[in-house]
Design a protein around this ligand. Structure first.
Ligand code: KPL
Length: 317
């Protein structure tokens, strides 16, 4: 099985490291030529607990002409893991995916939030699009080093009506052999929405209040805000026909506890002056709410505050 991971951020590097270490034919596709060159020279370094290990990796860049993408002379990949943030799903990236996937390859999307499947469907048949939700914790320390900050689980399934097939069983086995606790599901839309409900609470609040995830539920005033956001989110989800779990509040608290030491991805983006994923998280929920006449004043407020915290001239990473 040949796998390409497109996006050498924290999750992309973690997944590529573990797949390569387990002997899977893996290529890591970076945005910049500099990162690809560095990775080809030094390999990917993984910090786990106190230990650091390194694995050699084949890296290429989708922007640099110096490290060309597979062309007619090179076989396409069986699976392409898309591990970039939604804001990086641009036309040049879609062209790259087209090369990598060829006529048969399948795409697995690891993004937070919603909205990307509609964009990808304009270029690729839905039958070849899968979704992945992972709770693995990872932090990129440098262009070639990543830390594994928390063991989680990963669910993978088709983005539309489940089409089964033995390839996805092989993918599940490959992921498990690489050390990811992986399950297949044919309810990915519900699972993606469930994660969305959680991200739409933790991410903007931790970014605005500058808190680690574990600090968020520590006061009554913050818990009230969390509940208000969650309840509005649930109303938007249910109005959109999504079946939601009854224990989302408990799950939300559990995620805060299990990732207590983490700076959420939105807090990291805001701290480093980058554009955040708010449009694909709370922004997407606001759109869903507006379509069904669900009032969402708390989401509206956090959305506007995060937008105001974003840079006028975005940093590109
Ligand atoms: O997915 C996350 C994120 O930071 O984007 C959570 C679950 C909140 C963990 O930090």
């Amino acid at each position: 099985m040949r796998i390409a991971c497109v996006g050498a951020g924290s999750i992309g590097m973690l997944v590529a490291f573990r797949l390569a270490a387990a002997g899977t034919d893996t290529t890591l596709i970076t945005r910049t030529g500099e990162q690809a060159e560095l990775l080809n020279e030094t390999g990917v370094h993984l910090l786990n607990g106190g230990a650091e290990s390194v694995v050699a990796i084949r890296a290429r860049s989708y922007e640099s002409k110096t490290a060309p993408l597979p062309d007619g002379a090179e076989k396409p990949y069986d699976w392409v893991f898309l591990t970039v943030k939604q804001k990086h799903i641009t036309e040049p990236l879609l062209d790259t995916l087209h090369h990598l996937l060829g006529e048969q390859g399948k795409l697995v999307c690891f993004q937070n939030g919603i909205g990307h499947v509609e964009k990808l469907e304009e270029r690729f048949p839905l039958a070849r699009i899968y979704l992945a939700v992972t709770t693995e914790g990872a932090k990129k320390l440098s262009p070639s080093r990543v830390a594994h900050t928390g063991q989680g689980w990963t669910t993978i399934g088709h983005a539309g009506t489940d089409i089964g097939g033995k390839e996805r069983n092989l993918l599940e086995k490959t992921m498990n052999e690489a050390g990811f606790r992986t399950f297949l599901s044919n309810q990915m839309i519900e699972i993606v929405w469930n994660k969305l409900l959680i991200n739409a609470v933790i991410n903007p609040l931790t970014a605005l209040l500058r808190l680690r995830n574990g600090e968020l539920p520590a006061s009554e005033a913050r818990r009230r805000l969390m509940r208000d956001l969650l309840e509005e989110g649930l109303a938007a989800a249910n109005a959109s026909g999504i079946r939601t779990r009854e224990d989302v509040w408990e799950q939300l608290l559990d995620v805060c506890a299990k990732t207590a030491g983490n700076h959420s991805s939105m807090l990291q983006d805001v701290s480093e002056g980058r554009i955040t994923e708010i449009d694909w998280i709370n922004g997407a929920m606001l759109e869903a709410g507006a379509r069904h006449g669900v009032p969402m004043p708390h989401h509206e407020s956090v959305y506007r505050l995060i937008k105001a915290a974003e840079p006028a001239e975005p940093a590109t990473t």
